[in-house]
Design a protein around this ligand. Structure first.
Ligand code: SAM
Length: 239
């Protein structure tokens, strides 16, 4: 199992990822704007448009962190559960929800690899910028499939592999040089942002990840690259 540049044991990865997000929780939202030039907002808007949440639907936003995806979905009247392995991220989300007057969300500390929910409970499962941090991705995908109803849909937003040649070089340089420095300046944490960059590099390419989703039992899988694959939306149905 990889953690940044190192190979570590599965337990060690889970613990270290916990440390990363506890360290960055308070500055997480500011850092997202700084690193992406605000673009993460547009990617998240687009993602939620694809999910098309409807009033009354039960939706599980896994690795929901500080609530960015859940807030967008709750606006439609869907019943959203935000689950995340890190209570510090959830606490920041609960505080943001109170500040914004967003009500009706459930917040729950859970590991995506092993969920306490009964099978066939949710109409949709979303995971944004979360799956690459999970130690055993196949277990998380199997759980996603299990907790969805028949006819339920799976959506994943994640950094992927940039395929535009010129852009790839600029992006690599930006990730290696600029992101850790931003992490140092804004969150006083260069190492966590080095991990985040390296975890993007190690994540499987789009087609390979789509195959993993199919292997978990999903049908009609699709991948939608955004900005040449900088980010991608993967989706599938449980039929
Ligand atoms: N979805 C939010 C967003 O788009 O802003 C948060 C994304 S943040 C980059 C990744 C989140 O994944 C963190 O909050 C982290 O705690 C969570 N995470 C990592 N491993 C997890 C696991 N095994 N189960 C559940 N959440 C996990």
């Amino acid at each position: 199992v990889s953690f940044g540049y190192e190979d570590v044991s599965p337990d060690e990865k889970t613990a270290r990822v916990g440390g990363v997000f506890s360290n960055v929780a308070a500055k997480y939202d500011i850092m997202n704007d700084a690193m992406s030039g605000g673009m993460h907002r547009l990617w998240k808007d687009r993602f939620v448009r694809r999910v098309k949440p409807r009033s009354g639907e039960a939706i599980l936003d896994m690795a929901g962190g500080t609530g960015d995806i859940a807030f967008r979905m709750a606006a439609t009247g869907a019943e959203v559960t935000v689950a995340d392995i890190n209570q510090d991220m959830l606490d920041c989300g609960i505080e943001r929800a109170m500040e914004r007057g967003i009500e009706g969300l459930s917040w729950s500390c859970q590991n995506a690899e092993q969920l306490p929910y009964p099978s066939h409970m949710f109409d949709a499962y979303t995971i944004a910028f979360g799956i690459r941090n999970v130690t055993f991705i196949d277990r998380a995908l199997a759980e996603a499939h299990r907790v969805l109803k028949h006819g339920g849909r799976f959506f994943c937003l994640e950094f992927s592999t940039v395929e535009w040649p010129g852009f790839k070089d600029a992006y690599d340089l930006y990730s290696e040089r600029v992101v850790p420095q931003l992490g140092k300046a804004i969150a006083q944490d260069e190492d966590s942002y080095r991990y985040l960059v390296e975890s993007i590099r190690r994540f499987p390419p789009m087609a390979e990840f789509e195959q993993m989703i199919r292997d978990a039992g999903f049908s009609q899988t699709k991948v939608e690259p955004i900005m040449g694959g900088l980010v991608a939306i993967h989706s599938g149905w449980k039929i």
